[in-house]
Ligand binder design. Structure first.
Ligand code: GLV
Ligand code: MN
Ligand code: MN
Length: 413
């Protein structure tokens, strides 16, 4: 197989340029769903797609589809894509490599003279990150039918603003019912992404081919105690919401480390208190707790243990608890034939590779429910992600884009 020429310097420049579109001070990247930075980022990506000759459309929730028309209209298209929204204090590669890398793959294929039989869609998914509404992959959940439009309509951000209001801000209109895609609407979906873990770097392997994506879940707990003057309120009888929350966070650690599975992980990533004044007893606390595992049984056991512990803690501390499961997802099993296609491409190009599990979740978790799907991972330095010092080298990115390019060509015929 002759390697297709690609312009890795241009791709790196584009990655660097998109990283400057951020709500934070560069090099920190923060692009929360439908923030001004997210909207500017979308415009940046759309411009590149247009320049690459792709035809754009967006659905009602703001998933963007950039299409390269194939010669055989009657064949199901293939798709690739990822996200450009970024959690607070993020880096510049998570999601972005799979979006800008796919644009480079398509430019390279076009330049080589290749003409696909199946159309190729690049999908830029809405809200892969859970920052605004506490739940991630809103775009791909709706696309795959895992999330109902009715449920999505109930989402509120921390200021009480709904998904519909935010869609209005971003100028995405229409009924959310129209977002869902039929099963097998795509012949294949392949997402390129940084690994967000240390395995590839440690094992000096260039490419990971994802066979399974770990099962994520999120709990939201709202604790209401009684506030008061930090000097005037004596310790006996206090109903401090923060102290109840702190005990719950420790219970999360206890639950996930006690399942007997090293794959169970739990993180209390959001812990906000009110009123947030040094001389005031915290009267309210909001916790968002992320629990994951490769196995559903141990993940669910940990979830139940955390919920029971929270109930006991709040009863004992006379704090009112409102607990909600925002999402409890099964793991995704990727398509073995498609994973084998990626492995074949690696072999033909002489690139080291291994099949692996993704511990992070991705839009592929939901695309796998409607079409044959897999992911191409590239190493990232120290396995670091969701931090400003996240890094993959231009060479590592180039290898990933190369494998994506050939995989798309094979899948699109
Ligand atoms: C995705 O960002 C995840 O949290 O796994
Ligand atoms: Mn992420
Ligand atoms: Mn990501």
């Amino acid at each position: 197989m002759n390697p297709i020429a690609m312009d890795i310097q241009r791709l790196q420049r584009e990655i660097d340029e998109l990283a400057l579109i951020t709500e934070a001070e560069p090099p920190v990247v923060t692009r929360v769903l439908f923030s001004e930075a997210d909207l500017r980022g979308r415009e940046f990506v759309k411009k590149l797609c247009r320049e690459a000759g792709m035809v754009l459309r967006a659905d009602a929730v703001g998933n963007i589809f950039a299409r390269w028309d194939g010669t055989k209209e009657n064949l199901a298209p293939v798709a690739t894509g990822s996200h450009i929204d970024a959690i607070p204090n993020a880096g510049k590669y998570d999601g972005v490599v799979g979006v800008l890398g796919a644009i480079e793959a398509i430019r390279a294929l076009k330049k080589s003279g290749y003409q696909p039989q199946r159309s190729i869609d690049l999908i830029i998914f809405t809200a892969e990150e859970p920052t605004r509404f506490g739940i991630g992959c809103i775009g791909s959940r709706l696309l795959s039918g895992v999330l109902s439009p009715e449920k999505a309509a109930t989402f509120r951000d921390r200021d009480g603003k709904s998904l519909d209001e935010w869609r209005g801000v971003a100028h995405y209109a229409g009924s959310l019912d129209s977002v869902r895609l039929p099963k097998d609407c795509y012949a294949a979906f392949v997402e390129l992404h940084i690994e967000q873990g240390p395995v590839l770097e440690r094992e000096k392997t260039a490419i990971g081919i994802v066979e399974k994506i770990a099962a994520p879940s999120t709990l939201r707990m709202q604790l209401t105690g009684v506030g008061g003057h930090a000097g005037g309120t004596l310790m006996p009888g206090r109903r401090d919401a923060l102290l109840a929350g702190a005990e719950i966070a420790l219970a999360v650690e206890r639950a996930v480390t006690g399942t007997g599975s090293p794959d169970t992980v739990g993180t209390t990533g959001v812990f906000r208190i009110e009123p947030g004044a040094v001389n005031s007893v915290p009267c309210r606390a909001l916790l968002e707790i992320d629990v994951r595992d490769t196995k559903v049984a141990t993940r669910d056991a940990a979830l139940a243990q955390i919920e029971a512990a929270a109930k006991e803690i709040c009863q004992r501390r006379l704090v009112t608890l409102q607990s909600e499961r925002l999402n409890v997802d099964p793991p995704a099993v990727c398509d073995s034939a498609l994973a084998e296609t990626v492995a074949d491409v690696c072999r033909q190009l002489g690139v080291s590779h291994k099949k692996m599990i993704s511990r992070a979740y991705h839009d592929t978790l939901f695309m796998a429910q409607i079409c044959p799907s897999t992911m191409i991972f590239i190493p990232c330095r120290g396995g670091i992600s969701h931090r400003p010092d996240e890094f993959s080298s231009p060479e590592q990115i180039e290898t990933g884009v190369r494998i994506l390019t050939q995989t798309l060509a094979q899948a699109a015929g």
